[in-house]
Design a protein. Structure first.
Length: 315
């Protein structure tokens, strides 16, 4: 939920209601992350980081794509999202209870450093191979992300033709691999029935995103909120960032169906265009990240959603 919807207020409200709220460290600088962590003190919470990928991309395909964006596009470039500085923040202050990673897994030395400082390390995985590698790297918990999830796929390497299993089948194959780690199920879980289903399938907990995006504490743009309440279909796209992500289908997605794999290069190129579209309230011009079950999201305080997600809660 990086890039807008994630706020300290949302994470705090989830924690105060008995859930495990997360701060999204992606796209923020290290000092912003430090400030948000300090604002969460006294709670059991988590922080999620993006693991940097490779700067190597098809430069020709990238240039051709950026040319299709027209005037106002930014300069495509690679960066590591302040990786080292954010790790330093997590290790030079009071321990953050949970540190989770998306787009990959840190090396064993980094995992052990965080654990030695007092943090649990959770790693997002989308396949049995990634789950096994996370275990070898010392992860404490696996966050198993099914294809229904909104926003970026947590795959360690983005590539054409990767299998994208729905959550329940993926959950079963990971659990049957006997990796002997707790599993958190993520992707399309938006109500009590969904939570009950993943717990019955063997998960230790469920991770929920889109269901909180209509909360008043979330930083979700008004046009994005309206789209979430619609019956619009979702699909995968690389058009906005150069990395596969699920969002509600809109004009920008359909106008740019063949974006190359180039993250975060394309993210930086489209950022000014997306910012301008948000300013205009043009839902067709920026990313409307949402899971497949976005129609189940309810506009209510985050605490009420936490209570409504409990197995057995009224529909």
């Amino acid at each position: 939920m990086a890039g807008g919807p994630s706020t300290v207020e949302l994470a705090a409200a989830v924690c105060d209601a008995g859930g495990l709220g997360f701060l999204a460290a992606g796209y923020g600088d290290a000092e912003e992350v430090r400030y948000e962590i300090q604002a969460m003190r006294g709670r059991v919470f988590g922080v999620n980081l993006f693991v940097p990928g490779s700067p190597e991309v098809d430069s020709g395909a990238l240039s051709e794509y950026v040319a299709t964006l027209g005037g106002g596009a930014g300069e495509p470039r690679f960066d590591d999202d302040g990786w080292r500085a954010k790790l330093d923040v997590l290790r030079d202050s009071e321990p953050v209870p949970v540190v989770s990673f998306t787009f990959g897994c840190p090396p064993l030395c980094e995992v052990r450093a965080l654990q030695g400082h007092g943090s649990e390390v959770w790693v997002t995985v989308t396949s049995v191979a990634e789950a096994a590698a996370a275990r070898e790297a010392g992860a404490d918990v696996l966050v198993v992300q099914g294809s229904e999830a909104g926003g970026h796929r947590g795959t360690w390497v983005d590539a054409r033709g990767l299998e994208a299993l729905p959550l329940l089948p993926l959950l079963r194959v990971v659990l049957s691999s006997d990796l002997r780690l707790p599993v958190v199920a993520a992707g399309g879980v938006a109500d009590a029935a969904g939570v009950a289903a993943v717990l019955a399938a063997g998960a230790s907990a469920a991770q929920v995103g889109t269901a909180f995006m209509l909360a008043p504490e979330a930083g979700t743009h008004p046009a994005h909120r309206e789209a979430i309440t619609s019956d619009g279909p979702t699909d995968f796209t690389r058009a906005f960032t150069g990395r596969l992500a699920r969002g509600i289908v809109n004009r920008f997605m359909t106008d740019h169906p063949d974006a190359p794999i180039a993250y975060p290069h394309i993210h930086h190129a489209t950022a000014p265009l997306r910012a301008e579209a948000r300013k205009r309230g043009d839902a067709g011009g920026f990313n409307l990240w949402a899971g497949e079950a976005h129609a189940l999201a309810v506009a209510r305080p985050a605490a009420e959603t936490v209570r409504a997600l409990a197995p057995g809660a009224p529909a």
